[in-house]
Design a protein around this ligand. Structure first.
Ligand SMILES: [Ca+2]
Length: 195
């Protein structure tokens, strides 16, 4: 087990060096990227569970503001039954730290929509890798509904600089109805078709 312990210590040290380490992270073992579909835990059916900073949704940490974990039947998911509204009471951030190979290129794809119930029609947010802004995104909910969310697939790539990487999605829509995220996938490019 000593090798696993060494890996965790190395990953935490890398996070501290990158300026992303926190006391909370130190207690968390780093593993592969998991549950980009927000299917665990089970959120209330036909409703949602607000999760505030310091809370978690399965392997995801809510690191700022608040988000809504949307249960089955509340609105259309892109994959499975559940999704996340990145604005709970106001703009929130979800983040997941997972093992990566330094120097390798990774492709992140995700499904994006917006809470059509209220707030501004155009929802905005950003993708961050190790705290750096990698992509701004917008989604126009005009003409969309809870049964026709109109999900689009977005893609962003990054080259890992450490044994772990933190991927985050942040809402910059500071109302209770923000961008909706589901079906996040992370693939190691070998080689990357588009690069
Ligand atoms: Ca899902």
């Amino acid at each position: 087990m000593s090798s696993i312990r060494a890996l965790v210590v190395a990953a935490v040290a890398a996070g501290v060096l990158a300026g992303t380490g926190t006391g909370a992270m130190a207690a968390t073992a780093v593993s592969r990227f998991d549950d980009g579909s927000f299917e665990t835990p089970v959120a209330p059916a036909n409703s949602f569970q607000m999760v505030t900073a310091g809370g978690s949704i399965g392997p995801w940490q809510v690191t700022a503001g608040s988000v809504d974990h949307i249960g089955a039947g509340f609105w259309q998911a892109a994959e499975g039954d559940q999704s996340v509204d990145l604005s709970g009471q106001s703009g929130g951030t979800v983040a997941q730290t997972f093992t990566t190979v330094p120097g390798k290129r990774y492709t992140v794809t995700y499904s994006l929509a917006g809470n059509p119930a209220s707030g501004p029609a155009v929802k905005t947010g950003k993708v961050l890798v190790d705290g750096q802004n990698f992509q701004d995104f917008t989604f126009d909910t005009t003409g969309k509904s809870m049964t026709n969310m109109g999900y689009v697939t977005r893609e962003v790539t990054f080259v890992a600089t450490g044994a772990s990487t933190t991927l985050a999605f942040a809402s910059t829509t500071n109302t209770a109805a923000g961008p909706v995220l589901d079906d996040v996938q992370v693939r190691e490019c070998a080689p990357c078709p588009s690069c």
